[in-house]
Write a protein that binds this ligand. Sequence first.
Ligand code: FAD
Length: 485
Amino acid sequence: MALLTGQQYKDSLNDGREVYIDGERVSNIAEHPAFKPIIDVKARMYDMNHEEKYKHITTAKLEDGEEVCRAYKMPETKEDLTAIRTYVETVLDDLGGVVYRVGDETIGEMWSLYDAQDRLNEIDPTYATNIRNHIDRIAREDIFHVSANTDPKGDRSKLINGEDGGTLLHVVSENDKGIIVRGAKFETAAAYAHQAFVKPTISNWSNTSVNMEPYAVGFICDMGAPGLKHICRSPVGSGRNPENYPLSTKFEEIDTLLVFDDVLIPWENVLFHNSLESAKYIRETVHRYSAFNYVLRLLKRADYLIGAALLNVEQTGLTKIPAVQEKLTELITYRQTINAHLTAAVSEAENTDGGLMMPNQSLLYTGRIHALKHFPAMAHLTRELVGGQLAVTPDMVTMTDPQIKDYVDRYYSVGKWSAEDRAKLLYFARDLLNSSYAGHQVTFELFAQSPPFAQSAAAFKNYDLEAHRNMVLKAANLAPHLVQS
Ligand SMILES: Cc1cc2nc3c(=O)[nH]c(=O)nc-3n(C[C@H](O)[C@H](O)[C@H](O)COP(=O)(O)OP(=O)(O)OC[C@H]3O[C@@H](n4cnc5c(N)ncnc54)[C@H](O)[C@@H]3O)c2cc1C
């Protein structure tokens, strides 16, 4: 196999998958108006890997010389992590917007399992083999791979006690071909991806009873597998005019309730099962690599906030006012703090037991919290700097209507900015901050890599508090037996 082209990717989606949206069973997903824009974006990413201008950034070679997408080669050095960062930034810059579930941000979850091969070998040696085979296959066959974590969980109070809330995905039986699974997951991009890494939901896996073993399962599922149903939410962008909604008509990613109606998962796709220890491990480490690609997206979002705010204050002549500069500095500080976390996560990266190079976990997870926690305030500050025209500007067809164009020109143009250019900037800012799509993105980002409480837990668990305890015990001259070595 080799690197796919955009057209090959589109053709590969015609595999009989069962996709439902807006009361319709989708027949040709690549041409369906709800999916076409984002499928075109993913196709563009595939095509970039074939272009001389980008190849040296977007591709890499495996040990035997096979050329694969840069995003799918596991990081073994700090330079590899930097190359992944350059890959993500180059792709997003070419696209001119931010997309999340397009493969690179989800593959890292498999690398977390790769790091656990020794532990998995103790449970069943075939699991480690399956993981290695899948990581290799994803790279060589250029597979669009997504992530399934979250079940519709039913009664959450049961999960806290490590029990099934009534709806968790589980193994119902097994035979010589594989395991049969039943349940459901929420999953962005599933309807137009090739496969998903399905894993146990966020729950109290450290305190579970053995009757939860059928739920402690991780596997690769083909998105066209018989019995799998993709039930998709309605789009908020499609049907709009791209001139007025430049982001939502291009970058909207569709989320799916993925129902597993007794789906057969062949043994070679089973990464672990009946393994509470593996469920606990994967929940604790799932984002050790993928948070890096995710936070890179939040950095790009910050870049767009700064650009939109800056151009808007420039066109209206506000840039020289110190109070406006101060507000821009707040945005810059937000952006540069994310940048600092990412840069430091690479320079302080750590070797893993599996032989990989992992971004520094504490710096990465605290950077993720910073980026997400302050995003709403930074978006609001951008909204303030853009001004009220963000919300009151008519659409382009009205702005250019010959009957009223003179008024529009008189009241919208400022200096070298024509009314049309000002409108275009305001439409961009609206789609970044105020449209239905902008609102959807805020919710997506809040939950995309687990809810805030789980992100806090990851940051807490990955920070070594011993030094602080011992410093104060020593400085306060407390009893020696309290000092821990
Ligand atoms: C747009 C969108 C796209 C998504 N895409 C994906 C995807 O691609 N793949 C995927 O796997 N999932 C996806 N999800 C699901 C997402 O991961 C979940 O929404 C998230 O994990 C939270 O789960 P929940 O919605 O069931 O919230 P609940 O578990 O019902 O929790 C709701 C809230 O209750 C509080 N809470 C619950 N439990 C605790 C606790 N133990 N401690 C403290 N507070 C608690 C928190 O405030 C929490 O946010 C997506 C969600 C959205 C909104």
